[in-house]
Structures are given as structure tokens and as C-alpha cells.
Design a protein around this ligand. Sequence first.
Ligand code: ADP
Length: 516
Amino acid sequence: MPAKKYAALPPGVTAEQFARAVEKFRDIVGHDNVVTAPEIIASYTKLMIPESEDKHMPPGALMPKTTEEVQKIVAVCNEFKIPVWPISTGRNFGYGSAAPAKSGTMVLDLRRMNRIIEVNVDLGYALVEAGVTYKQLADYIKEHDLPLWLDTPMPAPVASPTGNTLDRGVGYTPYGEHFFFQCGMEVVLANGEVLRTGMGALENSNTWQVFKWGYGPYLDGIFTQSNYGIVTKMGFWLMHKPPAYKPFLVKYPNEEDIVTAIDTIRPLRLNQIITNAGTVSNSLWELAVTEKREDLYDGPGQIPDDLVAAAARRKGYGAWNVYAALYGTPEQVELNWRMVKGAFEASGGDVLTEEDADPDDPLWKYRVDMMSGTLSMREFSLYNYRGGGGSTWFAPVSQAMGSETLRQMRLAKRILGEFGLDYVALFIIGWRDMHHIIDMLYDRTIPAEMQAAYDCYDKLLHEFAAEGYGIYRTSTAFMDKTAAIYGKVKHDVNVALKRALDPNGIIAPGKSGIDI
Ligand code: ADP
């Protein structure tokens, strides 16, 4: 039997029709920039989420170089009813990576659209094409010796500001909530038109990257976590490198101390004394970055609390570990530090700064890097903790209140325990909210573990929703279920917008549960 020509086909499209469309795509982007060979397509389906690749199989991938090429691609997509899944770099690990929500959707890989169009030092912003990576920008900043800092998420070097911002990802400097700091987009709509949002709609405007709102309804938001357009360029603000930077760590000995920790941070954060998106990680997070699970525990079920506590004590980790920083002039930082140190000490925390932290401690070092926009891959070691390549993020939003966090922690830990999964968690501190980030780590090569991870996520999602807690983002495995939790009215509006903007449903069917 001859090998199958295509790994999948778009729904309702025959192999012959698809082959004709592929020829048209090749005329637009060049022969080598359209791939359909199943062995090459496999690179787009390396998943960490608890679902099999078959559910997310693209029939091919397209790699345009320009906005005009994207416009022409969209025309062919409409003609043949072929859907595409845009990715900037596809490093959305634990959320679906590069693979589409639904099989039969071609990957629109924007990695060749990688021009840094402008970096403006005076005004602190960048305008980039969708495929530009954080590493590219970091290299640019270094090469030109610019006094600017990036704000990067966990897979920083290989990921892109555009992809991360469009999925509303977060980082760890004062610019941590990426969508807050996004300013201006160029979007190819499903009808092939190019929309420039905000001030970009004006010919020759020089305010596209400095004023977010433009005139009339503010549209940028509808192109995030959505499938209403293909973003080809994005502007965003960059922080001026501050004259002084003081990272610090506060360790708390007991699990219940999360209450005190958060209630100590909140007023400091709200009043802009601590300005960055600091984190509060549990001891198992710290252990998971540095240890393998099998060296800590080889019994059944969730790792027992007493083992975690003993291992953390041996390594000197707190039950909860606050990593945050002060930024400003040396005088400001010194003044604020007295207040911050006093508050944390009064709350029973063990406060460490650069003077007393071990500079070779990998946990300290990677936080110091990430809170100052320096690229780091260190946190990737989380994936070695359990091994087997399974990771999916369950991330409920929480009020920045100590009492709330304890409630969420207990609920999450209990449900994870029912499925033999560990509670590896941190809170990222926003202004009034926190992202409660739980990395569900499991072995993808063991079918029962994969199933357990899926079922566990499902239960977490629904039990948290029953308590009034929603998640800020999800993977391609749970988009429909998450959308359902946000209710019918929201869903109907999402679908109405979809029908208006993309009547043939050619852009990212299923993204955030939106389909027609
Ligand atoms: P990362 O920067 O983490 O590699 P991805 O490229 O994987 O991010 O993008 C994350 C998600 O954001 C994608 O799965 C897709 O849904 C959406 N996305 C990414 N880039 C674009 C784009 N240029 N236009 C529209 N949606 C996009």
C-alpha cells in the first residue's frame, strides 16, 4: 500500500482539491515554503498536552514572507475552504505548541516574517513582524547597546513577543502583563484586507506605537485569544533599563504562610512600591526545577507532603518562595527597600538579597535573570522532573488575597491527588489579581497517565468553575470546555463576530472554542 500522501485533509475537501490549492499556495510563497510531507508535518505536532497527535493533525504548513503573501493565501483559503492556524513561533508549550485545535487545519507558520521594523529608544517601544523571537530582539538590543529591557515568558529565547502577547502570556518585570504593554497591530482579515489598529489607521501617523486606543471601539483585544485575523505586525513597549535593580527572595517555612505572604505583597504591589510581576512558588516547584521525581519518591499517587517538606528543608527552600524586585534610582530603591524588608520580616519571612543569596544557586539566578528581562531556559528543567514530555498548565485567576490562595491551593491539590499528580505551583502577582500557575507534569508515553492528566484537568476546570474561578488561558485540548464555562452570551457574541469577520471560518477554527 502506498504511503498516505497527506497526514490529514481539511473537512469537506478532497485530496485532488487540496493538491490544487497546494499548487496555488506554492505560486504565492514558493515551492519550498509549502510543506505537506507527513514526516515534515510531524515537527508541528510535537505535543505536551494530554491528547494524541491525531486530534491535532495539519495537512500541511505554509511559510509566507510578507503581509501581501498572507493576503493572497487568505484568498486561496476562501476559494477552497481551507482553514489555517497562524503561529508566530509555535512554542506555546503546554498549551498546544504549534499544532492546530482541529485536524485538517493547515499551519500558517509566520517564522519567516522576522523583520525587526523599529526599536525606538527614546519612546521605549518596538514594532516587529510576527515571527521575530525574543532572542532576536535581545541580540539586537545587545548589538546596538541599547538601554532597554525585554520582558520574557518562560520559553523566552525561542518564543515570540507576538505569539505570547496574542495568547495573553505573562512575564516577570514591571511589564509582565504583556497585553497591557502591546500598542498597535497590523492584521490581515479573512477577507484579505489589512487593518492597522489604533493610530496605525492614519496614513503617515507616528503615534501608532505610543497611543493604544485610536478612535472609536478599541479593537486590539478581539485579536487576542481569538481567530478573527492574522496578526502580521505588532507594536509593544519596552522598559528603559533602570539605574538600580534589586532582586530579592523571601522564604516562608509553612504552607499556610501563603496567606501572610500575599497579604504582605498586595499593598506594596498596589501602591507601586514593588512594581514587577513577582512570583510566589511552592517548594515542589523549586524542587521540580532542580530534582527528578524518582529521586524523591517512587511510590504510588501524589508525592506525600512530608517527603516534599523534608527535601525542601535539605535544600534550604521555603514552603513558599517570593521572588520580586525593586527598580528605580539607587536612592528610590534604597528608601523602598527599607520599607519592603521591614514588611516581609514582620510577616515572618526570611529575606535574602544579592548580598546573602548564593550566586550559583540556579533558582536564584534564573529569577534574577527573568525579572530583568534576561533570557533564560532554566525553568524548562521542570519537564525533567517527571519525564516523558507531558505538561499542561492549569492556571486559574485569583484575587490577590491570601485567603483566596489557600482555598485554591487546597482544591487543586486534592483534585491533583485523586489522579496521582503533584501540585507544582506558583502565583504570578498582578496588580489586583494573580495567575495561579499549576504545571501538571506527567509521562506522555504512558497512556494511563495521559488519560489521568486529561481527566484531572477536566475535573479541575469544572470544580474551579463551580467555585467561581476561571482560567486565563487554555490549551487546544480544552478550548471548547473552557469557552462553555464562560457562558452562552459570551460564546454567542464571539460567534457573531466570527461570522461577520470570517464567514467561511478559514482562520483557526476552534481557537478559544470559537467555530462556525
Ligand atoms: P509562542 O510565541 O509562544 O511560540 P505561538 O506562536 O505558539 O506563541 O502562538 C500562540 C498562539 O497565539 C497560537 O497558537 C495562535 O493561536 C495565536 N497566534 C500566534 N501568532 C499569531 C498571529 N500572528 N496571528 C494570530 N494568532 C496568532
